[in-house]
Design a protein around this ligand. Structure first.
Ligand SMILES: [Zn+2]
Length: 280
């Protein structure tokens, strides 16, 4: 596993704000004037399998409860839920650049999300890019020099299509970012400790990632999806020491996270959220 050059215990810090539990980058990694957080399941109003801070509107939860949860999480971060920008997430590698024109897409209703995309990048302050996950790999990107942020959702299908690399490409193409100035965090997601896959999926990953991604444990073949995405970001030109990988496993930590693999359907979704503070 890469990323030994940063201190895992300093990478993400847990904060409880008005009952809402969230993870933010630790002080030594935190970019200036950028909001960046990962939600947990703590502090919402949803019931049953969505207990309690479910932020996904596409999973069968009550829309009103999800809206309230989104407002609570946003308040905890000092942002407004109506300024979220949400992609539909279809396990593709499509990433688009968003502007003021997209403000509020998918923020309070699922049918207004931006269709057919799994990644978003922006240079517009005050837009909060959001991606949903419950085991899949959330990736968040930032370039403090050019002031650009990005987000991508990598399940195993999106990872095989290099959705993280496409997000980097989009930052380079749309805003002339240099990959060497881009930082990335691979957030809480299912770890290889809990992620068993079939031989067909393993074979596809072995072909693309000969080292460090496919393993073997008592119960079968394991996949390290975070490591696969990390390798792709290195291949996209990011500096190894600027790719931070959280070792938090969504399936291991039932108190903190929803996990699709552990809980089966239906279950809730966490979000990764990133945006540029408006400095005016
Ligand atoms: Zn685990």
């Amino acid at each position: 596993m890469g990323g030994s050059h940063f201190l895992q215990e300093d990478l993400l810090t847990y904060r409880l704000s008005e009952g809402v539990g969230l993870f933010e980058l630790g002080k030594m990694y935190r970019p200036r004037d950028i909001v960046l957080a990962f939600s947990t399941r703590l502090g919402g109003v949803s019931q049953g399998p969505f207990d309690s801070l479910n932020l996904g509107m596409h999973v069968g939860d009550e829309a009103l409860a999800v809206q309230e949860n989104r407002r609570r999480f946003s308040r905890a971060l000092g942002i407004t839920a109506s300024d979220w920008v949400v992609g539909e997430q279809v396990h593709s590698n499509k990433v688009i650049s968003v502007t003021d024109h997209h403000r509020g897409r998918g923020a309070l209703a699922k049918d207004t999300a931006i269709w057919g995309v799994d990644g978003l990048v922006t240079a517009t302050p005050g837009l909060w890019l959001v991606c949903f996950y419950a085991d899949c790999v959330p990736m968040v990107f930032w370039d403090e020099k050019v002031r650009v942020v990005g987000i991508a959702h990598g399940g195993w299908r999106g990872t095989l299509q290099n959705v993280g690399g496409e997000a980097v490409k989009s930052m380079v193409k749309s805003f002339a970012c240099s990959p060497r100035n881009i930082h990335a965090i691979i957030g809480p997601a299912i770890g290889s400790c809990c992620y068993y896959v079939g031989e067909d999926v393993a074979e596809e990953f072995r072909g693309r990632f000969p080292v460090g991604v496919i393993g073997w444990m008592d119960n079968g073949i394991t996949l390290d999806l975070k490591e696969a995405n990390r390798q792709q970001l290195v291949a996209s030109g990011l500096i190894d020491s600027q790719i931070y990988v959280s070792d938090l496993c969504t399936a291991c930590n039932q108190e903190l996270f929803f996990s699709y693999r552990r809980d089966k359907s239906p279950t809730g979704r966490m979000v990764a959220c990133v945006g540029l503070r408006d400095l005016r």
